[in-house]
Design a binder for this molecule. Structure first.
Ligand code: ATP
Ligand SMILES: Nc1nc2c(ncn2[C@@H]2O[C@H](COP(=O)(O)O)[C@@H](O)[C@H]2O)c(=O)[nH]1
Length: 217
């Protein structure tokens, strides 16, 4: 009885996954990311390095590793990034450290990265990556959110709006597309995707042994 119970709990062992949330700036991926990180203890944020200036309320090492361009270039040269890209004139990159080892141990990681980074990550590691694209309910609402956030100057907001259509054009490079109209409904949809992806047979590394045990004479 105890042996069977152990086998069943071993069957629940699984490989971690890399959940990518992308969207045009202002559609709400940071908000959804924060909700996931607060409410789901199985997922941890992949903290990117960036050369952009720190915003009020952001903490170095928590939201981003804020580095200067020389340090970022050194990290590129040293092959320390899974992927990196230039976004809005600043460099952003996903450090490799910890992610590979964490995935093996069943740790899930959340990535708030753009379409360029998504393509690079997917090319490197298709089996672990789950790509989710978040759309705003309308372009007018996107502008309202960027303005209402109060973190960017009118010029920066104009640049983000200018780029939004180009970003939306990459929607078909994602496994799932969700519309962030009501924030709780959108969060719920992302959770459903996450739960189903966790259950995929290919990620259930403990199942093989369990099934063999069940089939033994
Ligand atoms: N469903 C929603 N309804 C109303 N406001 C929302 C909704 N989702 C997010 N917001 C608000 O919109 C603003 C932009 O959201 P957020 O910062 O999460 O966007 P983002 O996609 O991460 O942008 P960026 O790429 O610039 O970091 C925030 O002020 C947030 O509180
Ligand atoms: N390719 C990557 N894109 C990234 C990474 N970290 C963040 N981002 C994207 O940059 C923009 C702007 O972000 P903000 O926090 O400065 O508003 C946004 O689209 C992020 O998804 C990364 O490591 N790689």
């Amino acid at each position: 009885m105890v042996e069977a119970a152990n086998s069943a709990s071993n069957a629940l062992q699984r490989r971690g996954l890399m959940l990518i949330l992308s969207s045009p700036s202002g559609a709400g991926k940071t908000t959804i990311s924060r909700m996931l990180l607060e409410r789901d203890p199985q997922i941890a944020l992949s903290v990117s390095a960036t050369t952009r200036p720190i915003r009020p309320g952001e903490v170095d090492g928590v939201h981003y590793h804020f580095v200067n361009q020389a340090e970022f270039d050194r990290m590129v040269e040293a092959d320390e990034f899974y992927e990196w890209a230039t976004v809005f004139g600043h460099s952003y990159g996903t450090p490799k450290a910890q992610i590979r080892a964490g995935l093996k141990e069943g740790q899930d990681f959340l990535f708030d990265i753009d379409w360029q980074g998504t393509q690079q990550l997917y090319q490197k590691d298709q089996q672990d990556v789950v790509r989710v694209f978040i759309l705003p309910p309308s372009i007018d609402e996107l502008r309202r959110r960027l303005t209402g956030r109060g973190t960017d100057s009118p010029e920066v907001i104009a640049a983000r709006m200018e780029r939004a259509r180009a970003e939306i054009s990459h929607w078909d490079g994602y496994d799932y597309v969700v519309i962030n109209d009501d924030i709780e409904a959108c969060y719920h949809q992302v959770c459903e995707i996450l739960h189903a992806e966790r259950m995929k047979r290919a990620r259930q590394t403990g199942l093989i042994g369990f099934v063999r045990e069940l089939m033994r004479d």
